[in-house]
Design a protein around this ligand. Sequence first.
Ligand SMILES: NC(=O)C1=CN([C@@H]2O[C@H](COP(=O)(O)OP(=O)(O)OC[C@H]3O[C@@H](n4cnc5c(N)ncnc54)[C@H](O)[C@@H]3O)[C@@H](O)[C@H]2O)C=CC1
Ligand SMILES: O=C(CO)COP(=O)(O)O
Length: 336
Amino acid sequence: MKIGVIGGGSWGTALARLLADQGHQVMMWVHEPTLSASINETHQNAVYLEGIDLPENLRATNDMEEAVSGKEMIVSVPPSHVLREVMTQAAPFLPDGIPIVSATKGIENDSLMLVSEILEDVLAPRFHPFLCYLSGPSFAREVATCKPTAVTIASYNHRLAVKVQQVFSTTYFRAYTSNDVVGVEIGGALKNVIAIASGAVSGMELGLNASAGMITRGLNEITRLGVRMGANPLTLTGLAGMGDLVLTCTGGLSRNRTVGFKLGQGMTIDAILSEMNMVAEGIKTSRSVHNLAAKIGVEMPISEQVYQVIYEGKDTRQAVSDLMSRPLKAELGGWM
Ligand SMILES: NC(=O)C1=CN([C@@H]2O[C@H](COP(=O)(O)OP(=O)(O)OC[C@H]3O[C@@H](n4cnc5c(N)ncnc54)[C@H](O)[C@@H]3O)[C@@H](O)[C@H]2O)C=CC1
Ligand SMILES: O=C(CO)COP(=O)(O)O
């Protein structure tokens, strides 16, 4: 197949490499003008996935038309804050009737839209039946080094999900299908916020009990929001929910966990961001969740503390103290 990948960050590059590894002709659109030339010359993405060799049938371009027109499948992987802008640029060149696979995780700040809602906003209705969402525990570097990985592909269109599942699955990459788009999206977006909290717990050296408590209560509030928005709670016990939450909260490769760890050690968010060239989606998502939870009346105590630490400069130890002194309650209240 001829496949276009929109977004040449670490995840776009890892997915493009996976597809090229299967023999497909892959053209990857990258934002930075100098990066496309360097990828084509060196067959490495030195900025976002250093040290990984890329096959010759993976090419990069800055020209959106070249990346999109004439393709038989599109993979959309920009960070969520530029997704609307980038896919608006791509829309005029999209061929009709081809799968559009989104792998971005996040919730848009001002509109509070999920990635699926942004894409449906930007793309004409005839493209909507061809949208699907790939999510789950999948560090780019591990996928790029062929480590066994399992993900979920969600779509309202079951036949499309099965088709895309077959295109992506390899001996080391196993995709499951789901019809729960909202559940898969909420899991992927919210785990990044909880990973910041979990990293902060480690940065403050609060111990393993606290980490396990944070992950479990994090899953509780993710499920509460998901169910309110129409998700199947079982989706949130699956790969795109608990799976990705555990990976991101515990894995050293997580950018979100690293941001939280540094906050827990006392660094300011500005200082942390000044040394990062990659995205930690949980930073912006915590702001969306703060507004979304207030708008629809869902209690999200951990996400709210992450918001206050990042956007209001609250001390991380005070945040933990505030969480521990909330009114006592039953474990399974709220979403059952
Ligand atoms: N890296 C990973 O392991 C995984 C990432 N994801 C998700 O994939 C999405 C993309 O993240 P990564 O590939 O990790 O990105 P990254 O953090 O590796 O790189 C940042 C990306 O943002 C792009 N960018 C920055 N400013 C831009 C602009 N103004 N216009 C267009 N593009 C711009 C850069 O070109 C680059 O592609 C995120 O939603 C992330 O949560 C999902 C699963 C795994
Ligand atoms: O989404 C991811 C793994 O599934 C990547 O997590 P980070 O963005 O925290 O690195």
